[in-house]
Write a protein that binds this ligand. Structure first.
Ligand code: FPP
Length: 248
């Protein structure tokens, strides 16, 4: 599908009372952005960090409570060793550079996914930033790292079984709310809006349980071209939709 670049400068007013509480984003298209410029793929990821900064800044400014970014899936290990190690290095650099900004702007870092599968240096850095920002309340920024939705559900099922075997959970007490609390997002509201960039319309194993009632928005731009304006357009579209949650 043709991918437009967003040059529109006009931003209509958003209704602050009807903003999504939780926005989840599948950041897709870094490789294609680089290929279109005859650059190596990793340059696309580097450019993608500018979009991460812009979206975090806008979410904080507009009063969105939770932003979850799909930064590295369990499937991404299949990429070349060079690309994987660049992604890990970019993540590490991002954490190092952003800590001050997170502290100044009330941003709390969280991680979903299997953090223990990441390189030790990255794990240590994530723990450090999560600890330092734990008291921040303005925006919760979650990075999905080594994340897969089915794997997350399976881990939650295993936890539920272990709790039941230990006599701490009766099977009939395991309702949707109790199960949600066993997921990596256990302390967070479900996403109201899922954005995927690059014009692809797939959910790619992202937050499978949690997006049951989310509005899906396919942004027709590659991730490095997704900035504040494109994010604003996604929110404008969200505000036009009528959410019925299965009711009439
Ligand atoms: C998808 O584009 C993007 C990724 C797999 C990684 C996303 C990572 C970043 C934006 C940079 C690091 C993030 C943080 C939070 C510091 P793709 O490579 O699949 O693009 P393609 O489909 O065009 O090949």
């Amino acid at each position: 599908m043709p991918v437009k670049s967003v040059s529109r400068k006009v931003q209509g007013a958003l209704d602050r009372k009807r903003l999504p509480r939780h926005v989840a984003v599948i950041m897709d298209g870094n490789g294609r952005w680089a290929a279109a410029r005859h650059l190596p793929r990793v340059m696309g990821h580097r450019a993608g960090i500018r979009s991460v900064r812009a979206v975090v800044e806008a979410a904080r400014e507009w009063g969105i409570q939770v932003l979850t970014l799909y930064a590295f899936s369990r499937e991404n290990w299949k990429r070349s060793a060079a690309e994987v190690s660049t992604l890990m290095r970019l993540l590490d650099e991002y954490l190092r550079r952003e800590l001050d900004n997170m502290m100044r702007n009330g941003i709390r870092l969280g991680v979903i996914g299997e953090i223990q599968g990441l390189p030790e240096k990255v794990q240590a850095h994530l723990e450090e930033v999560m600890k330092a920002t734990a008291g921040n309340r303005r925006l919760r920024l979650n990075l999905a790292l080594n994340y897969g939705g089915r794997a997350e559900i399976l881990r939650a099922v295993r936890l539920a079984i272990a709790e039941a075997q230990a006599g701490r959970l009766k099977p009939e007490e395991l309702d949707e709310a109790a199960f949600s609390r066993l997921l990596d997002t256990g302390d967070l509201p479900d996403p109201d809006l899922l954005i995927r960039t690059s014009g692809e319309s797939r959910v790619s194993n992202f937050l499978l349980w949690q997006i049951s009632y989310a509005e899906l928005y396919w942004a027709p731009v590659l991730w490095p071209d997704f900035g504040k304006e494109a994010f604003h357009q996604a929110l404008e579209e969200f505000q036009k939709r009528e959410r019925r949650f299965g009711g009439r």
